[in-house]
Design a protein around this ligand. Structure first.
Ligand SMILES: Nc1nc2c(c(=O)[nH]1)N=C([C@H](O)[C@H](O)COP(=O)(O)OP(=O)(O)OP(=O)(O)O)CN2
Length: 127
């Protein structure tokens, strides 16, 4: 299996509900570093998993939907703790929807979000 990874970052504000979150129940900011990995069993006719430029552009388009937003105020996230894990799945789903023809032949997408240098989460989406 081949893979190709592109990296980006985005800044948001959010707060969480639930005793487990302690001080993070208050509004706080986060800068997530995102790695989107695209997987393919065989390379395409150009010798690619996916073009790096296309992958980078699509990832930026997806992240720009939430960048600099207070996620507590985003309607689609109402009632949802926008945890690192949740945002991994959200990003992977949006990437899959946005890739268009570039998704042809892909076996899957993995989105890894680093919320700091010591903690990160990932979601593996099969296509
Ligand atoms: N599995 C996850 N756990 C936590 C997430 C997350 O997205 N996924 N997020 C947070 C907070 O947003 C923040 O990043 C850390 O807040 P903090 O209060 O420092 O949380 P800790 O669990 O590290 O420490 P406690 O104060 O003991 O709760 C939190 N967890």
């Amino acid at each position: 299996m081949y893979s190709l990874t592109v990296r980006d970052r985005f800044m948001v504000a959010h707060s969480f509900s639930g005793e487990v979150f302690g001080p993070a129940r208050r509004l706080h900011g986060a800068t997530f570093v995102v790695e989107a990995t695209f997987r393919r069993a065989e390379l395409d006719g150009d010798g690619l998993v996916v073009d790096i430029g296309v992958a980078s552009r699509v990832l930026r388009e997806v992240l720009s939907q939430v960048e600099y937003r207070n996620l507590d105020e985003v309607e689609e996230f109402t009632g949802q703790n926008t945890t690192t894990e949740f945002l991994c799945r959200w990003t992977a789903d949006r990437l899959a929807d946005s890739l268009g023809p570039a998704a042809a032949g892909l076996a899957g997408i993995t989105v890894l979000l680093r919320e700091s240098d010591v903690a990160w989460a990932a979601y593996e989406k099969e296509l």
